[in-house]
Design a protein around this ligand. Structure first.
Ligand code: GAR
Length: 217
């Protein structure tokens, strides 16, 4: 049985699209049951509909600071679509600790940096300011702290001297689109095991190829 996944978005939804695409494969262990946006103007909604995926809008703005009230309506939507797992794809709304606890071990997020470096806003600008030579993207389980939690998968890219935040974000985005479906595949097929703050992967192995940047010639 394929695991039923809800993708939560707030914007363009390119990670959402990568997950929808991956889930089209017959042997993918998850199906996208619904895409839920907290903004009616999220571009990703049209993309989801064009792929025949059910969409829902649960506007967060009317709830103001009352996050619990927003989450109650969100939970109803998740239940209606019998969601078993959640993937956050650029979902720009913080959850209460209670909501996170209810979905412990069942909710993934993607962030465009090699966590724990550069959590929060403008991770690309943060990476450029720090002068790192390698950055990347991280898929992790969600915990109450923002952009933290057991790391499932990471992908790395070189950072160039003349990079802008936009150029770096595009390079990282292509890695995001590769690792998010793979991380969901691992979760949905039961290959992930949480050990405290760590996530262990049954039969997991890195590519073995070091990424060195810059290359001295
Ligand atoms: C992605 O780069 C994602 O990693 C980032 O928002 C973007 C959403 O793009 N998420 C965060 O920064 C979470 N802290 P998308 O809507 O095209 O997937």
């Amino acid at each position: 049985m394929k695991r039923r996944v809800a993708i939560l978005i707030s914007g363009r939804g390119s990670n959402m699209a990568a997950l929808i695409e991956a889930a089209k494969a017959g042997d993918f262990p998850a199906e996208i049951a619904v895409v839920i946006s907290n903004r009616a103007d999220a571009a990703g909604l049209d993309r989801a509909r064009a792929n025949g995926v059910a969409t829902e809008i649960v506007e967060s703005k009317p709830f103001g600071k009352d996050r619990a009230a927003f989450e109650k309506v969100l939970e109803e939507s998740l239940a209606r679509h019998r969601a078993e797992l959640i993937c956050l794809g650029g979902f720009m709304r913080l959850f209460t600790a209670e909501f996170v606890q209810r979905w412990h071990g069942r909710m993934l997020n993607i962030h465009p940096s090699l966590l724990p470096s550069f959590p929060g806003l403008d991770p690309h600008g943060q990476a450029l300011k720090a002068g790192v030579k390698i950055s990347g993207a991280t898929v992790h389980f969600v915990i109450p702290e923002t952009d933290a939690g057991p790391i499932v998968m990471q992908g790395a890219v070189p950072v160039h001297d003349d990079d802008t935040a936009e150029a770096l974000s595009q390079r990282i985005l292509s890695v995001e689109h590769r690792i998010y479906p793979e991380a969901l595949r691992l979760l949905a097929s039961g290959r992930l095991r949480l050990e405290g703050d760590l996530c262990k992967i049954a039969g997991g192995a890195g590519s073995g190829e070091p990424l060195i940047s810059p290359l001295a010639r």
